[in-house]
Design a protein around this ligand. Sequence first.
Ligand SMILES: NC(=O)c1ccc[n+]([C@@H]2O[C@H](COP(=O)([O-])OP(=O)(O)OC[C@H]3O[C@@H](n4cnc5c(N)ncnc54)[C@H](O)[C@@H]3O)[C@@H](O)[C@H]2O)c1
Length: 295
Amino acid sequence: MSELAPPAQELSGVRAVVTGGASGIGRAVARALRERGAAVASLDLRPLAAPEDGIAEVVCDVGDDTSVRAAVARSAELLGGLDVVVSNAGIGSTGGVEDVDDDEWHRVLDVNVVGAARLVRAALPHLRASAAEALAAGRPSPAAVVCTGSIGGWSGLVQRAAYNASKGALHALVLAMAADLVREGVRVNAVAPGTADTPWVRRLMAQADDPDAALAALVARQPTGRLVSAEQVAHAVCYLASPLAGATTGSVLQVDGGSHSLVLPPRQPPQTDQTDQTDQTDQTDQTDQPDRETR
Ligand SMILES: NC(=O)c1ccc[n+]([C@@H]2O[C@H](COP(=O)([O-])OP(=O)(O)OC[C@H]3O[C@@H](n4cnc5c(N)ncnc54)[C@H](O)[C@@H]3O)[C@@H](O)[C@H]2O)c1
């Protein structure tokens, strides 16, 4: 982000919690919300030992209802209420349908799906209060939920049966919550990142026989030729969290470098100088001869 203009303070006065805020996408979201003026609490199993300015650290296990309720109450106390909830904490799971036993199914669904439900359930009284206060004063409601889904929620990923299923269920949960809450002034949306360069992906790569080759293969399958950055996902989350996105609810926004929607031919191997010159000549010809463009 450093080479771009600093973001506007459009979230000034907004109070936000982010789960999984100690690492990767969650940390980038916490920082991006703070940069836009929000007061932020990061909720994580393992909070940062050295907190950053403007981001409160709160212990939370989204797999445990008592822990979630305590963390939400503590965050509301620290921030003076809640307007935005970012449900981002999630865990991975590898294996096809034959490989995943019942315990693993329950573990993954409990964190990735029920964890989001627990968080929103605990935060709803605060979100309702935020919406009601703003609407009574004639202001747009700042109350919003943003969940971190995944490209795996709607594209089949190899050897990710439980993870894929959990993210598909999360996308559906987002739609159900959006329908239930829209008339109360609470918007609910999700981002669906593609492969993002976070500690999670680096951990996966480290398990490969050849980590560099495995990372190169992930990059090569991206239509953009680059992994998604945590900051790019965070920017999309901030867009959905902002009252400026007041007409957007019940949506799942792709942040995947085009992976879900675009079908491209394989990349060509590097070309020789001779070939490059030929290609340039062809392009010049087309540009210079309008008749040819109409064919
Ligand atoms: N990295 C990717 O390629 C990618 C792609 C699509 C979606 N996602 C999603 O993005 C989210 C974040 O992934 P990331 O890549 O930043 O991972 P990460 O491993 O870097 O960070 C995940 C954070 O969540 C926390 N966490 C895990 N279980 C928790 C629990 N029970 N309660 C509270 N906190 C918990 C971890 O401590 C960690 O700080 C996940 O939901 C993941 O499914 C990631």
